[in-house]
Design a protein around this ligand. Sequence first.
Ligand code: AHR
Length: 331
Amino acid sequence: MRALCTALVLTAAVAACKKPGNEGAGSTGSGSGPAGATPAAKQRTIGFAQVGAESAWRTAETESIRSEAAKRKITLKFSDGQGKQENQITAVRGFIAQGVDAIILAPVVETGWEPVLMEAKQAKIPVVLVDRGIKTSDESLFTTLIASDFIAEGKQAAEWLAKKTGGKAAIVELQGTPGSAPAIDRKKGFEEGLAAHPDMKIIASQSGDFRRSNGKEVMEALLKKHGKEITAVYAHNDDMALGAIQAIEESGAKPGTDVIVVSVDGTKDAFTAMVEGKLNASVECNPLLGPMAFDAAEQAITGQTLPKKTVVQDKLFDTTNAKDAIATRQY
Ligand code: AHR
């Protein structure tokens, strides 16, 4: 009944349904009109502490949150953390001071969140984690996490690469941001996937911080050092893979043929590269989390119980199916 009322209040469809839950600071409007009148939909104010704009994936996630907020007439306080945890902590503190109804946080790294999340908890402001998880011994510090399974993504990439190379490869790994959940888990999952293939070896592993320019730079250096020894690249995201592809081309080799390239995200540019045969495969990681994030925030604000984690379902694309899917890609 409570869920039903919430939905009805949100669409302002039914007059007699009394709004439940948190009517906390920072909110505007009133749920109680004159008897028999339609109550005004509660206008929420929600803070979103974003990592930054390091990749096409990240930009798509920001756009999903912004457009969904606009659709729901939510007042969105947006902060770009520019890849720094201290900026995100300052942003969360600012949201708390402004008395937002809820906070959506995409944490750049896994550790170091307890103090600020404790402040949010004390202020009774629910925190919805999107895309990346955190490491904490106190799970009451956040309401829920909505994210892909990064370990499974890494494992899928390794299994695909094993099939493609017949279980023999000299691999360069381009890692994401050090200390971030996707960098840690995609590495772990990939190594788990390689465990059954003794002739598949990671010969070098370096961070490209999820950025295309860094992926190119790191790959250039690794090509200089290892040259033709490199038979495959595993990049923790498409942007770094696309940078690496450029470096491979500039070195005179053919990406996709001389060097097999597999990555994660499934962005439009990655699909174009797969259609061109330069990128061999990309494991999808859906950034369009706006609708789920605001559903979760509203449920938390209205006192509903949420699962601690919702895993977003993704699939792998490669040169065999990219062409058919490219027209329908949304990011
Ligand atoms: O946390 C998700 C990762 O962060 C994406 O794979 C990457 O592109 C991004 O910047």
